[in-house]
Write a protein that binds this ligand. Structure first.
Ligand SMILES: Nc1ncnc2c1ncn2[C@@H]1O[C@H](COP(=O)(O)OP(=O)(O)OP(=O)(O)O)[C@@H](O)[C@H]1O
Ligand SMILES: [Mg+2]
Length: 136
């Protein structure tokens, strides 16, 4: 279980997808789609979720070489469920997150595709990107 959001519970086992090749990106996309389907997201939203996962996984491959995508179900106090996507690596990290958000389309694009977006990065130690999208 992840310990990033002690105030929220995950209601199913997490799926860990190691990312070290392009084939792994496809696997992560597929698992994301499956979980989104299970949660009851509508078609276009399932595509958005797969797109966001692709961007984060591609960044892991490009900038850190390897890492992982962790998928799980988040649940709010009011019972609303959503998908929690965590992309993490132990690569070089991001020194200037604000600048990185403006640099390309991957991070800023992923942010637009979900409801909540957060980057935790320590230069030299790695990067964790956290996305959440709630089922409406
Ligand atoms: N996991 C990561 N580790 C280290 N640096 C990263 C990571 N992800 C993103 N970055 C940095 O943040 C910048 C912006 O990432 P973003 O995905 O938005 O754009 P890009 O990868 O440069 O281009 P695009 O995704 O549009 O092809 C990257 O250029 C890179 O410097
Ligand atoms: Mg990118």
């Amino acid at each position: 279980m992840h310990d990033l959001f002690p105030q929220e519970k995950t209601v199913a086992d997490e799926v860990h997808i190691p990312i070290a090749s392009e084939a792994d990106i496809l696997t992560a996309r597929k698992r994301g789609r499956e979980l989104a389907e299970k949660l009851g997201f509508w078609s276009v939203e399932k595509t958005f979720i797969a797109m966001a996962i692709s961007e984060l996984a591609l960044n892991i491959l490009q900038y850190a070489g390897q890492g992982e995508i962790v998928l799980s179900i988040a649940e709010r106090g009011d019972g609303t469920q959503g998908i929690l996507i965590i992309a993490r690596d132990r690569g070089p990290g991001i020194t200037d997150v604000e600048q990185a958000m403006q640099k390309g389309y991957g991070l800023s694009g992923a942010k637009r595709l979900v409801d909540e977006f957060e980057i935790r990065s320590e230069p030299g130690k790695g990067t964790t990107v956290i996305l959440k999208k709630w089922v409406r």
